[in-house]
Design a protein around this ligand. Structure first.
Ligand SMILES: NC(=O)C1=CN([C@@H]2O[C@H](COP(=O)(O)OP(=O)(O)OC[C@H]3O[C@@H](n4cnc5c(N)ncnc54)[C@H](O)[C@@H]3O)[C@@H](O)[C@H]2O)C=CC1
Ligand SMILES: O=C([O-])CC(=O)C(=O)O
Length: 274
């Protein structure tokens, strides 16, 4: 790479090197046109030593609130409890923040105003979902309703606050059990690590209070299954995706790929899809 090219590259920082962050870091290190991995933030650097020293161009290790100093785009890939600590300093500096813990945005929505005031941006990838391009288009007209049904294997739901607080035993299920029915906003409170997709869908469309969802614990599935029905004045469409879980059983493998695709688009000459 020439110095000129290096200067033109967008610098990307990643917060959190778990199932999503480590895939994005590896892809950037392998080379994505126009982008360079400049920094990462991890909770425990020693745990990631082997991974980091295997990278061709190891990034700086910084505190989560410093990533915006070293990057044009900060990618949040940590638990939603860390969302504000990662995104606030980045957008205050006018950086773009890619948010995967989308559910966490609902309680921190002032970050969008903060980004606007400071010339920053918040980018939500399609993530483990499908078809947000069609939802984005339909909402330019009128969407009448959005309904989503999520089914996950038992391992993908364990520990969700809704299950713990309601003392629901899902370990011995033999058939599917509907755990929850309500708005995407309420679902995000009860299943913060499970329904980021529903919140992304709601933000693309008619909002977290009007987007309806069901969550099922399903011992008969091995994938994280999401089905969506949209009724709009321009179209009626149904979408479905069956995600193979990553090493984190709550997280579909496609999530990291979706973020990589979003990052590629930031510098691509040919962009396909809205
Ligand atoms: N938008 C979407 O479609 C999807 C979003 N998600 C969400 O994405 C987020 C990340 O998911 P995974 O990578 O599967 O989780 P993970 O648990 O595999 O990784 C999270 C990483 O963040 C690290 N971490 C925790 N506190 C930190 C801190 N203070 N500073 C730096 N790193 C810290 C952890 O050590 C861990 O390595 C979660 O909030 C998850 O719910 C997951 C699936 C789909
Ligand atoms: O990976 C999935 O299928 C969806 C998921 O965990 C989420 O929305 O948080």
């Amino acid at each position: 790479m020439t110095d000129q090219n290096a200067q033109n590259e967008l610098r990307v920082a990643i917060a959190g090197l778990g199932s999503i962050g480590s895939k994005i870091a590896a892809a950037l290190d392998q080379g994505v046109e126009g982008l360079t991995l400049s920094a990462i933030a991890v909770r425990d650097p020693a745990k990631h030593q082997a991974f980091l020293s295997g990278l061709r161009r190891p990034p700086q290790i910084l505190a989560i609130d410093q990533l915006g100093d070293a990057a044009d785009i900060v990618v949040e890939c940590a638990p939603s409890s860390q969302l504000r600590a990662i995104v606030e300093p980045a957008v205050k500096r006018g950086r773009a923040a890619v948010v995967v813990s989308v559910g966490g945005l609902l309680d921190n929505f002032d970050l969008v105003d903060l980004a606007r005031t400071n010339g920053g941006r918040i980018l939500v990838p399609t993530g483990a979902l499908i078809g947000l391009d069609a939802v984005n288009a339909a909402v330019v007209g009128t969407i009448h309703s959005v309904k989503m049904v999520t089914r996950k294997p038992i391992d993908g739901l364990k520990g969700a606050p809704f299950i713990v607080e309601n003392n629901i035993d899902i370990d011995n299920l033999r058939e599917p059990l509907k755990l929850f029915e309500g708005s995407a906003r309420e679902a995000a409170k009860g299943f913060p690590a499970n329904v980021n997709v529903a919140v992304a869908l709601s933000l693309a469309g008619i909002g977290p209070d009007r987007t309806q969802m069901q969550v099922w614990a399903d011992p008969t599935v091995t994938r994280n299954v999401h089905r969506i029905e949209v009724e709009a004045d321009s179209a009626r469409f149904s979408m479905g995706i069956e995600n193979i879980p990553s090493e984190n059983p709550k997280t579909g493998m496609i999530t990291a790929l979706s973020v990589i695709a979003l990052l590629r688009k930031q510098r691509a000459t040919l962009c396909v899809g809205t």
